[in-house]
Write a protein that binds this ligand. Structure first.
Ligand code: SF4
Length: 394
């Protein structure tokens, strides 16, 4: 696979007179201007502009680990609030290992991708048995649940200041623009090329600062959408800026088609308490709580789906009496529409069966806040609580 060789900007020719770097899959000209000054400029920029993030105050390996797991799939601003709460509650690996999973999931509620919390828990338990310290080698880190090559490299570089390269979407975007790469930035050949350029530029004594500086620069200056080229210290060497292609870089992979999912759930009250059930541990949203319900079958109305789902999952006969709300939310490429109803029990039928759950409870509106729910159900609860006056007769 060959990548376009972008012409070097004329105004940089006096200093950009270096060799061409080639490999079998992608060709870009090397940029001595960047190689000589890049790291210095970048580190200076980082020193002056880095955000004050809680894990940057100590670079404690446990803190870096938790932050890296939270940052997978979640934006920085959101992570900061969750991180501080998490560390207050579980200050070290031993505390996390002893955590009650329900409490852990509750603390994670709103961050999504709950397998991250479950993997953290499993890893902490493994580590607690081995002395309660996070390993200091890439090979040992990558054996832990939830830690892949990216996270292992990030922990090695940021927590232990070891010379590993950390390529996140911010770094990929930054380099795709600097080098004006016209191939999809997730192509293996492109990733290899960017990784090798980052490795060449990495100052051996400062991998912690350098890797974070790259990511920070991509997040704050060479941003998705509108890059802040006017304040960029790398304007002279930026090939996309020179070529007028900043808006077209990085070339993104074709997006997966959105999948619409229609769901319905029923809120059944008995003696002032709602029925909730805890999903099975091998399920999507494993171990989270929900109001019983499920996906609509072809040709089925939301009301019919609620009646059928209650019968199948709990063996309780119910009748929808009022629509509460339609809640929409998205995760990955799924767009979920959740239809929620108040339902009456057809008779006093005893306790629900557990065909799709590991546990069921009857809880007050106030107690709903003690349980971790998937995003759609949590939005529904917030709506219920906001509008509780309207439902007070139910
Ligand atoms: S000049 Fe613009 S596009 Fe190029 S590296 Fe700087 S911010 Fe990014």
């Amino acid at each position: 696979m060959a990548c376009k060789v972008t012409a070097l900007p004329a105004f940089d020719n006096a200093i950009l007179t270096g060799k061409a770097v080639m490999n079998t899959s992608i060709r870009v000209k090397s940029m001595p201007y960047l190689e000589q000054n890049f790291s210095k400029r970048l580190l200076r920029w980082f020193q002056e502009n880095q955000r004050d993030l809680p894990w940057r105050r100590t670079y404690h390996p446990y803190h870096v680990w938790i932050s890296e797991i939270m940052l997978q799939q979640t934006q920085m601003e959101r992570v900061v609030a969750y991180f501080s709460r998490f560390i207050r509650r579980f200050p070290d690996i031993a505390d996390l290992a002893r955590a009650d999973e329900d409490e852990l999931l509750k603390l994670w509620e709103g961050l999504g991708y709950y397998s991250r919390a479950r993997n953290l828990h499993r890893a902490a338990r493994m580590l607690a048995d081995q002395g309660g310290r996070l390993p200091e080698s890439y090979e040992e880190l990558i054996k832990l649940p939830g830690i892949g090559p990216y996270t292992a490299s990030a922990i090695m570089a940021i927590a232990y200041n070891r010379p590993h390269t950390v390529l996140d979407a911010n770094v990929e975007r930054f380099f795709a623009r600097l080098l004006d790469i016209d191939k999809p930035v997730k192509d293996k050949a492109v990733i290899r090329q960017i990784r090798s350029r980052v490795a060449e530029l990495l100052p051996p004594a400062q991998p912690r600062a350098f890797n974070q500086a790259l990511m920070e620069f991509g997040a704050l200056v060479c941003k998705p959408g509108l890059a802040n080229c006017g304040i960029c210290p790398f304007q002279k060497g930026c090939q996309a800026l020179r070529a007028g292609t900043v808006g077209e870089r990085p070339v993104l992979p074709v997006r997966k088609a959105t999948v619409a999912i229609n769901m319905a759930c029923g809120l059944v009250k008995r003696r002032g308490r709602f029925l909730i059930q805890k999903r099975c541990s091998n399920d999507v949203w494993a171990n989270l709580w929900e109001f019983p319900g499920g996906c609509l079958e072809p040709g089925e109305s939301p009301e019919q789906a609620v009646v059928r789902e209650y019968q199948e999952e709990t063996e309780l006969g119910v009748r929808p009496t009022a629509k509460i709300a339609t809640v929409r939310h998205s995760y990955m490429n799924y767009r979920v529409t959740l239809h929620a109803f108040f339902c009456d029990l057809l008779a006093d039928q005893g306790e629900p069966a557990l065909h799709a759950a590991q546990e069921a409870r009857w809880v007050t509106t106030h107690e709903l806040d003690n349980y971790a729910f998937p995003a759609g159900h949590r939005k529904l609860i917030a709506y219920l609580q906001e509008t509780s006056q309207s439902w007070s007769g139910r």
